[in-house]
Design a protein around this ligand. Sequence first.
Ligand code: HXC
Length: 510
Amino acid sequence: MQDIINQLEEKRQAARLGGGQKRIDAQHAKGRLTARERIDLLLDKDSFQEWDMFVEHRCTDFSMADSKIPGDGVVTGFGTIHGRLVFTFSQDFTVYGGSLSETHAEKIGKVMDQAMKVGAPVIGINDSGGARIQEGVASLGGYGDIFQRNVMASGVIPQISLIMGPCAGGAVYSPAITDFIFMVRDSSYMFVTGPDVARTVTHEDISAEQLGGSVAHTEQSGVADGAFQNDIEACLMLRRFFDFLPANNRSKVPVRTTNDDRYREEPSLDTLVPDDPNQPYDVKELIVKIVDDEDFFELKPDHAKNIVIGFGRMEGATIGIVANQPLVLAGCLDILSSIKAARFVRFCDAFGIPVVTLVDVPGFMPGSAQEHGGIIKHGAKVLYAYAEATIPKVTVITRKAYGGAYDVMSSKHLRGDVNFAWPSAEIAVMGSKGAVEIIFRSEMNDQEKIAARIDEYQAKFANPFIAASRGFVDNVILPRRTRLRICESLEMLRNKKLENPWRKHGNIPL
Ligand code: HXC
């Protein structure tokens, strides 16, 4: 018995040491933590229960039979974050570069299966050179098995990926299917094929950072939802982020106690929208002033900045926020902002998170770049996402709601539950100048007449009352009371029941 216990301890030690002290030191020298250190930071103290610590690979090629490390390059198990259950896997770069073997994949699959059975989120900490090259097709099969699970879990349990090192090849496709991806600045990379392959195939001389670093993915591609300064900040921010998420698609959104009163008025909001309709303002000021305790977790803050998305709380309960940002491109919708908003709305809908939409949109972005890039299809994604969503939807039009973009942004016509307008709202087919230039083209030579026509159009449509008279907005509200009106609406909607007709699945314009 004592022998076995000694053996057990030896194996545990070996597993904890992963690829050895030298490689652990190398990991630290790069400013990165080890797989276990990351889990310790992410989860509540002493809550982690490890599984499969003694699993070893089965490969015999390339002398692999003589080189087995218990755990096989990934630490898996479950624990809690602020007391709420979460499953996790953390790839160990010190063991064959965190590469994915058949058994490594089985370990990840096991925690994913269990998370599905009990309805708890999965957080994957990715630090991997991709498929374990020595294993060949067996590791490709392992990836396939994980992808299949990612897809089955999509919309059932939240899946979050932390990218904390180089992630190449198959190591990026599993995160791509998950709901959220966070990276670490100057320390994590994601690419399907790395700089060397790019150099050979496209003759492009590009660094790993330029090709797939956090800037590339948080600003340009939009693949990542955010980036943090270092491993420590990433794990701690993930704990904050996790608090917004429900456990699964059947559980209610988490509610946290707050002293922030629903009756809190914000007089400064009465003057947020400038008198000049061409003057921008920062919609994030509005967001932080209406949510509980100014606590807003923005996603993709550096990508498609003309739309703002993220999580906040109203009276303790999580809400999703989608807001046009007049500060960037006048808040108009383009390809990237449409994709950004649509995917977020679909996440919220899948997990029963009410969406509050703040509208100030002059329309879709014109021009060949947008048209040839497929704005028709991509813009339709937002429309589709809002139209199919059955969650509570509360909309506030602060200023412009022009053209197709008016319809798209959670309008009454797309089953918006409660649609408010501020007194500064303008709901029209387009801006007055553009409208007059089209319908009074024959009068264009007469500047005086045109100015009068613009004034006439402005007077008729630059207000919320025409839309309100048709019931397209439910009420015109004082900006300072926006928080109260949203809280009341969400309370009224708490037991909302709405089902879409049976179908295998819709066909969103991808
Ligand atoms: C086995 C690997 C490995 C891999 C790295 N290692 N990647 N072992 N399989 N895929 C090992 C190295 O041999 C080395 O072992 C240790 O991990 C650290 O690697 P280094 O290269 O020294 O580290 P670094 O310089 O930081 O570079 C990291 C890296 C690079 C960028 C990830 O290792 C790399 O380019 N690896 C290969 C990436 C790749 O092409 N993967 C296959 C993709 S194909 P020692 O013993 O020296 O410590 C794929 C197909 C799936 O994934 C498709 C599914 C759709």
